[in-house]
Design a protein around this ligand. Structure first.
Ligand code: BG6
Length: 476
């Protein structure tokens, strides 16, 4: 690839996780209950009713896990902090044991020169705040979330340089308030847009607090962005592509990067009486919470045709999809119809595999916002097989390699990319898909039916990524 620029020496070669998906110890050391702890105990919410009570037991094995990260050669590790470990009731007195756990984890990482990237919120809202005032549906959360984040800045910013504010607001809000597949299990588009606006305010408020506090380092949200393509050059389909991206992506990204909602979407929502209440003060807050970078979680792209159904209801067509990433033919009336892309293969969970899509995502963010990007998630969920202590996952190596080549190409094009965190480091709990959908470089011996040994095994992809990092990407 002589025509490609080499990766910069400072490139953050990383991997990622989230508290609920790995930690377990869900009631230890004064941790409070989160909305996920409660949600998974209700019937038919997750695959085989799997919960994260034990998860992959990272809480007790973090030293072993960090040692594996060091052996792999990671330069960065993205993890999330469980709000309910720090504030068991969401607010009030901070729990020292919770702060201590993350402090030890950070120290352990730094001892091996691994840069911690801390996600402040990866979906595990303290149940107490849901009960008290309806969580993301109350403006009270803006203050409580800011207070929680400020404790983290005060405690850890001497050692942490990269912060992620909200993880995938588009996912937890649409699944939580429109599809009803995540807590609190609501299906109501008006409430969804209202909660989403409050989450925007909370995100901006935390970024503003970070800047005002003069902490060193950088902060930004992580966003699940997969570009949409027009099925063909029919101008109606091209228009459908624009409508889809405005509604499903720029409706969030524009707010983060510019402090303003896209006018076209807001106009439609107003007509449908679904628009959130946005005050003058809200607008100022949004404008004062512009991030330093956009965190990109990239998995796949969508392909669309014009919709022939004329009754836009604001439900974004998700009511008939039921699952993130489905490639079923869903339709958003008056916006678009999702169709199969004849050029792309799909995973066993029907997600398109599209390495060039990440280059397109990066180019779009650069041209629209001119902000640096930190790739905070990208990876392949597959069934892996442990045989004689080995896991051969050439499909994962191929997936990661092709995506990294396109990232390098995007950087050569001129996009600023700070680093790359694969999803995930160890295997972990997929929110709705149990333990069978594996993403890690490190296999964990457990499944839905049994915790088994919870032992860790290095997959072939572990050794592959080790070489990539050792050569700073030349091995690609
Ligand atoms: C992202 C989340 O949406 O995708 C992760 O931030 C999640 O937490 C990942 O695990 C993969 O999704 P899934 O549904 O395959 O587990």
């Amino acid at each position: 690839h002589s025509e490609l620029d080499p990766f910069p020496k400072t490139f953050l070669w990383g991997s990622a996780s989230a508290a609920y998906q790995i930690e377990g110890a869900y009631q230890e050391d004064e941790k409070g209950i989160s909305v996920w702890d409660t949600f998974v105990k209700q019937p038919n919410t997750t695959f085989k009713n799997t919960d994260g009570d034990v998860a992959v037991d990272h809480y007790h094995r973090f030293k072993e896990d960090v040692a594996l990260m060091a052996e792999l050669g990671l330069k960065a590790y993205r993890f999330s902090i469980a709000w309910s470990r720090i504030f068991p009731n969401g607010k009030g007195q901070a729990n020292q044991a919770g702060l201590d756990f993350y402090s030890q984890l950070i120290d352990e990482l730094l001892a091996y020169n691994i840069e911690p990237i801390v996600t402040i919120y990866h979906w595990d809202l303290p149940q107490a705040l849901q009960d008290q005032y309806g969580g993301w549906e109350s403006r009270q959360i803006v203050e409580d979330f800011t207070r929680y984040a400020t404790i983290l800045f005060d405690t850890f910013s001497d050692r942490v340089n990269y912060w992620v504010s909200l993880n995938e607001q588009n996912v937890f809000i649409t699944h939580g308030y429109l599809l009803g597949t995540h807590p609190p299990g609501v299906r109501d588009s008006k409430r969804m847009f209202a909660a989403n606006h409050i989450a925007n305010l909370a995100n901006a408020s935390v970024i503003k607090a970070f800047k005002k506090g003069g902490y060193k380092g950088q902060i930004g949200p992580s966003f699940n962005y997969g570009p949409s393509y027009a099925f063909d050059s029919d101008p109606l389909n091209v228009l459908a592509k624009i409508d889809t991206e405005e509604l499903m992506s720029f409706f969030w990204l524009d707010v983060y990067a510019t402090g303003r909602y896209p006018r076209t979407v807001m106009k439609q929502l107003e007509k449908l009486k679904l628009a959130p209440v946005v005050t003058e003060a809200d607008q100022q807050l949004l404008a004062s919470g512009i991030p330093d970078f956009i965190g990109l979680n990239y998995y796949q792209t969508a392909t669309v045709k014009a919709s022939t159904n004329d009754s836009f209801s604001g439900d974004m067509g998700m009511n008939n999809s039921g699952k993130k990433g489905t490639s079923k033919e869903i339709e958003i009336p008056r916006v678009s119809k999702f169709v199969k892309n004849p050029y792309l293969e799909q995973t066993n969970w029907d997600w398109t595999i599209d390495p060039i899509g990440i280059r397109i995502a990066l180019r779009t963010i650069e041209s629209r916002y001119r902000l640096p990007v930190l790739i905070t998630e990208n990876g392949l969920g597959e069934y892996d097989k442990l045989e004689h202590g080995e896991i051969h996952d050439p499909y994962r190596i191929e997936y990661l390699q092709k995506h990294l080549q396109e990232i390098q190409a995007a950087m050569t094009d001129g996009v600023q990319v700070l680093g790359y965190c694969s999803w995930s480091f160890t295997d972990l709990l997929s929110w709705l898909n149990g333990y069978q959908k594996r993403y890690g470089f490190v296999y964990v011996d457990r499944d839905e039916t049994s915790e088994r040994t919870l032992n860790r095994y290095k997959k072939d992809s572990f050794y592959w990524y080790q070489k990539v990092i050792q050569t700073n990407g030349d091995y690609l």
